[in-house]
Design a protein around this ligand. Structure first.
Ligand code: ZN
Length: 310
């Protein structure tokens, strides 16, 4: 069994949303309840997030945006609300990914899941967007490189395209960004012709999915395409933007992935179904979307089971 870290703290519940907002603290409450009621809970290595440093955030965001968020409350855009405690929650959400990477580097865990909010992958260098304040996975990618993980492969299976993450690394050939997402859909980016720019050309890979597609198309992407990309890139660590709004029951989107489909996606990411298996490659997952509470809890449980499997 793999040593799997689970990074969580109640501070993530203090990022408070207006009533009826889909990205509510109940998402994390439900995930933790589901895990506690399963045999997975006692097998996890429970970790607390650290608070990211300003230098960690400004490695991918502008200093002026960082300073602005610190003082801001209210709607940043029509979707993205920033409450009094949101800045602190966002600092710890990014810090959770940092902590998980650190624990991998020290060998205390082999893989980790960060149950965080606010989510991150829509956040651009200079603005909050789509429920996201700081780009947790992007902050993690730069931190990982500081620790000596030279090449970082990011997989983003959230139903929405991770515009922020793509833009932050599109000119960088040391960070690969792979995304599957419903298209056309929010935020509007993620065409298959977007392949990176300049030095980074070829290290962005988008697979747009039509409204209504399900397991078959996703299994093809994750079993037949992704492993070859990971193998060719030869990363030192894999970071995953884990968005469970691909689930057939999710209210925000039209992709129809089932529990069985998710299992196959995860096995593709972990390279379990191929001859390219790299057992010592560290993996850090960070929660992005997922808005049907029952599906979300079951999906995270499924993820942890797959991460623990050898
Ligand atoms: Zn999403």
């Amino acid at each position: 069994m793999k040593k799997v870290g689970f990074v969580y703290d109640y501070i993530f519940l203090k990022h408070e949303m207006p009533a009826g907002h889909p990205e509510s603290s109940q998402r994390l409450v439900h995930i933790v309840d589901t895990l506690r009621n399963s045999d997975v809970w006692d097998k996890l290595i429970h970790l607390k997030p650290r608070r990211a440093g300003e230098e960690d955030i400004v490695a991918v965001h502008t200093k002026s945006y960082f300073d602005m968020v610190k003082e801001f409350t209210g709607y940043f855009d029509p979707d993205t609300y920033i409450s009094g405690n949101s800045f602190e929650a966002a600092m710890y959400a990014a810090g959770a990914v940092i902590e998980a990477i650190d624990k991998c580097k020290r060998g205390e865990v082999e893989r980790a899941f960060c149950a965080v909010r606010p989510p991150g992958h829509h956040a651009e260098a200079d603005r909050a967007m789509g429920f996201c304040i700081f780009n947790n996975v992007a902050v993690g990618a730069r931190y990982a490189q500081k620790l000596g993980y030279r090449k970082v492969f990011i997989v983003d299976f959230d139903v929405h395209h991770g515009n922020g993450t793509q833009h932050m690394f599109e000119e960088d050939d040391t960070v690969f960004y792979f995304s599957t997402h419903q298209y056309p859909h929010y935020p509007g980016t993620g065409k298959d012709t977007e392949r990176g720019k300049g030095k980074g050309e070829g290290s962005t890979y988008n697979i747009p999915m039509s409204n209504g597609v399900g397991d078959k198309d996703y299994i093809y992407a994750y079993r037949d395409i992704l492993p070859g990309l990971i193998k060719n890139f030869r990363p030192d660590i894999v970071l995953v933007s884990a968005g469970y709004d691909i689930h057939v029951h999710d209210p925000l989107s039209g992709i129809r992935v089932t529990g069985e489909g998710l299992k196959n996606i995860l096995r593709g990411i972990l390279l379990r179904s191929t001859t390219t298996y790299m057992p010592y490659l560290p993996y850090v997952f960070a929660l992005e979307g997922g808005y049907d509470l029952h599906a979300l809890g079951e999906s995270v449980l499924c993820t942890l089971n797959e991460l623990m499997a050898d």
